[in-house]
Design a binder for this molecule. Sequence first.
Ligand code: ASP
Length: 292
Amino acid sequence: MSHIVVSTWRFGLASNQPAWEILKSGGSALDAVVRGVEVAERDPAVRSVGFGGYPNAEGEVEVDAAVMDGRNLGYGAVAGLRKIATPTAVARRVMEKTDHVFLVGNGALKFARAQGFEECNMLTEHGRRAWKKWKRERTGPPADVHDTIGMIALDQHGNLAAACTTSGAAFKLPGRVGDSPLIGSGLYTDNDAGAAAATGRGEEIARTCGSFAVVEHMRQGKSPQEACEAVVQHLIARVPSARPFQMAYIAIDKYGNWGAAAARSGFLSAVTSNVENQLYKSRFFIGYGGVG
Ligand code: ASP
């Protein structure tokens, strides 16, 4: 069994490192993805995830995150969570410590507090200045500024896990939730088939249950690459409003093969395994004009 971790975007590579250490030493895929994405969540330079993410239209950072465990289709998620820098760890607690799967807003914050998570001011000086500028200059809908970290891993025991965490669309309406914490949209995994995660314009991605579809394509025999391409193609064909936007999927199958596809150029996958530790430009994109 060939263990591997794959994540989205340039910042994925730093996040893969602690995940890989866990996988290498025989740890679980679930521990790996939760620990891995925490690097991006805590990094103020990553302005689309966790601490330091761009705020909503009222100047408050609200984050969404989810985890999934391929052993038993375990799922936990939080959305509209304020003041907590590590929402994926909270999502894991929802999965493991409650008999629910999804907590939102104040309920999620109360739960995180009760679980001992520390509160912090998530709005950095950079975020505050960007928000003020947007408030002064906005002429239309909020800028298309976002980029989630999705991470998927296969461990040495053949178990798969997925995590997906984001501060969502910059300057969004308070309470807005995209695809990232939604099972089947932002992420999906099943030990019997594979794992997938999404990034990009959540309003469009959420319409096709694409991460679920990627995993189901792999179950039917497609390679991870073929599965990601099929889902991006379907999204573009079926949701014309998606065409101006960047949307991408990463996938691994239960043997540790990986693939990625994006609607536009510029998408990067971070891949760490026994044989490599590097960023790849997406090998497939459809390339309509528009915002990226
Ligand atoms: N998918 C995320 C969301 O819509 C944002 C992104 O990945 O760029 O919230």
